[in-house]
Write a protein that binds this ligand. Structure first.
Ligand code: PMV
Length: 332
């Protein structure tokens, strides 16, 4: 085989954002929007990338220069992932041509960076038959995220690898799949792109200033995550909604909500959602709500009425997987 196409799902944090950066658990779900990476072997010592969704048209670099110099934003994760793989297996990988395409906008905060990192490493592992375990793939991918973003708990890597719903503890100390039924989720995009590292730093600064207060909020969030787990497992959406509302209050205390996020969450609740909260770093990106079937239309309208964009997603999405492999792959 000289080429492979791999896909990884997008993700949404259900519970525990920010606290999960500071030694607490979180619960994340994969969603059924996919990022595809095609990798083709070459012997020319060149890494090349075409990623039209992030405006990378014909980027290339010699293997010797990987991770050095100016790297366009859209190429950083795949280039670093390739470099880590080449470092690990220097005599094997002699040149790679990569192409990516995504079903979701990189603006949503669905985790295009982690999905592309995981897809690249998983794809290279298959292409070169290097038999890295899931744990090794997690560690390599997490290292890439820390190299590029400098911050992060790694929850998004675990989600792209495992799919489904995952209980996750900082740095991957615990990664446990939860067998949760289809969640009646509704997702609203604020229209505002968030820079996760900036908001994580903002919360770190708050913690440095008010250590006791912020630790108490993180403990509260951990209690919420622990209440959410059994409710998710049994499909008790009313309780899931209640704990989402509680989690949103803690996130407001951390200063990571926004007027728009609050307005969208309130609109969803008033129109019949069981509960709503922001998802991810906050300030922008998306909010999520759990919504009874009979209220879906009203909730969608209410979110749109306050300026949100409803993004249709389903949970129970599979983790990273091979889509196609062989000697010449049709383009997708
Ligand atoms: O903004 P997102 O969806 O990448 O989520 C960030 C979640 C944080 O807990 C704030 C950071 C992290 O890496 O866990």
């Amino acid at each position: 085989m000289n080429a492979i196409t791999v896909s990884a799902p997008g993700k949404l944090l259900l519970f525990g954002e920010h606290a999960v950066v500071h030694n607490h658990p979180a619960i994340v779900t994969a969603v059924n929007q996919w990022l595809f990476v095609t990798l083709e072997k070459s012997n020319d010592g060149i890494f090349s990338l075409i990623a039209p969704d992030v405006k990378i048209n014909a980027y290339q670099k010699s293997f010797a220069e990987l991770t050095t110099g100016e790297i366009p934003l859209g190429a950083q994760f795949i280039e670093h992932a390739t470099a880590r793989f080449v470092d690990r297996f220097p005599s094997m990988c002699k040149g790679i041509a990569a192409k990516t395409t995504s079903q979701f906008s990189s603006e949503f905060g669905f985790g295009s960076s982690s999905a592309s990192t995981v897809s690249t490493l998983f794809g290279l592992n298959e292409l070169y038959q290097t038999h890295l375990s899931s744990q090794e793939l997690f560690e390599m991918a997490y290292r890439v995220v820390l190299e590029v973003s400098k911050k992060g708990s790694g929850f998004d890597i675990a989600s792209a690898l495992c799919g489904g719903v995952v209980y996750f503890f900082t740095g991957g100390k615990e990664i446990r799949p939860l067998y949760v039924p289809q969640i009646p989720l509704m997702v609203g995009y604020t229209g505002v792109k968030t820079n996760t590292a900036t908001i994580v730093t903002q919360v770190e600064d708050l913690k440095a200033q008010y250590p006791d207060r912020v630790s108490q909020i993180f403990d509260e969030i951990e209690t919420i995550v622990k209440k959410a787990e059994p409710a998710l497992l049994s499909g008790d959406w009313k309780t899931v909604g209640d704990v989402m509302n509680e989690n949103q209050i803690e996130l407001q205390k951390l200063g990571v909500s926004s007027e728009k996020l609050d307005a969208m969450c309130n609109a969803a609740r008033s129109a019949g959602a069981w509960g709503a909260k922001l998802s991810g770093a906050g300030v922008g990106d998306c909010m999520i709500a759990v919504v009874p079937d009979e209220a879906r239309e009203a909730v969608a309208k209410a979110i749109e009425a306050v300026g949100g964009q409803v993004v249709p997603v389903k949970t129970q999405a599979e983790g990273v997987r091979v889509e196609k492999s062989g000697f010449s792959l049709p383009s997708y």
